[in-house]
Design a protein around this ligand. Sequence first.
Ligand code: GDP
Length: 437
Amino acid sequence: PPVVVIAGRPNVGKSTLFNRLAGRRSAIVADTPGVTRDRKDAEAMLRGRLCRLVDTAGLEESAPETLAGRMRASSAAAVAGADLILFVIDARAGITPADRHFADWLRRQGRPLLLIANKAEGRATESALYDAYALGLGDPLAVSAEHGEGIADLMREIAEHLPPERPDSEGDDSAPLKLAIVGRPNAGKSTLLNRLVGEERMITGPEPGLTRDAVAVMLHDNVGPIELVDTAGLRRRARIEAPLEKLSVGATIGALRMAEVVVLAVDAVEGLHDQDLQIAKLIEREGRAAVIALNKWDAVADRDAARRAVADRLETSLAQMKGIAVVPISALTGAGIERLLPAVRRVHGIWNTRVATAALNRWFEGALARHTPPLVEGRRLKLRYMTQAKARPPTFVVFGTRAEQTPEDYRRYLVNGLRDSFDLPGVPIRLQFRGTT
Ligand code: GDP
């Protein structure tokens, strides 16, 4: 679905607006404990249009010191993949220099945008609305996220500003696959991006500073378009000799939220680091499909040993993404690159999988018979049936008496079974439990 990003300086009420727009649907999406608790995106149905709402508030903590830096760092990735930006200001506080600065930056991004004057309940906000016109971002829409005022109109405006609906956009081959490249500093992400895109397109164009925050790059393979999202940071690094940077968790999460599939670039000379696994866990937490690009393969002396070490490490430390494809490449020489996008396409297909309910329940009966559900507080759990609630990533719901009390090891047994039986390697699998009476 189209992506709607809520942006603005801290405390203008982004999260309240997010909750207001996401409504109860997001509460349902968020009932897997530990996994989705701090999620800041949700699918929402606004006036009959399904969209994905992204709240940039959660990205602020891990970003740089200054307010301006923090706003940009937290929003750059999200904004790059946005189909529509909701730029929120605080109508009570009025327009601040930070709002102006952010507005200037947003205007340069050239993405569709709605200006929202929040906290506009009651009166006493008219001067702020006048100031807001002067931002040059169109007419402000006055709302109160807290009190629900103006929200119906806002939803209509959002629905009208979304890109035209595609029939059956889920699994639609003509829609670009959204791909991000993530990894530790120096893993070779920029080199890989250059390799995928072709050098000439990277070097041409205006001076750094003008386009360095600009957005996505489109590739084409024999299946269709692939949109490389969040290339801003990578392009920047490709042009300017920057000192070795620290891993930015905030930026990584931002990129993940914009992507369907993620290429995790790993330096094969160094092997899998804890930080690589940390990123892989973020990928899992965000529910994205992934491929590991084992880069700098040209510089690896003992390839068998390197391959084995990576496989062992994944086996022991990343069971949640079991079967993830590992593609040795050299971004520098181009060797092996031709295998990367096919692996991306494959895992994208898996991520989109829908299993028929009948087949699912045939399997489920067998799984229950092979391994009886345990006793909980002296009583046998009665798990009855299963459905797939959604794809992207595959998400299943088990119903049964006190099903929500199903212990962790039995949950894991079911997830592993689903993965093996329905051939779902390299993607997170969500399993939820609903008690029935
Ligand atoms: P980033 O920080 O992840 O974007 O990494 P860069 O793309 O800037 O690459 C970091 C360093 O690794 C640079 O010196 C690259 O030339 C080098 N590098 C990248 N890919 C390869 C590769 O496939 N083989 C070798 N030998 N070096 C590479």
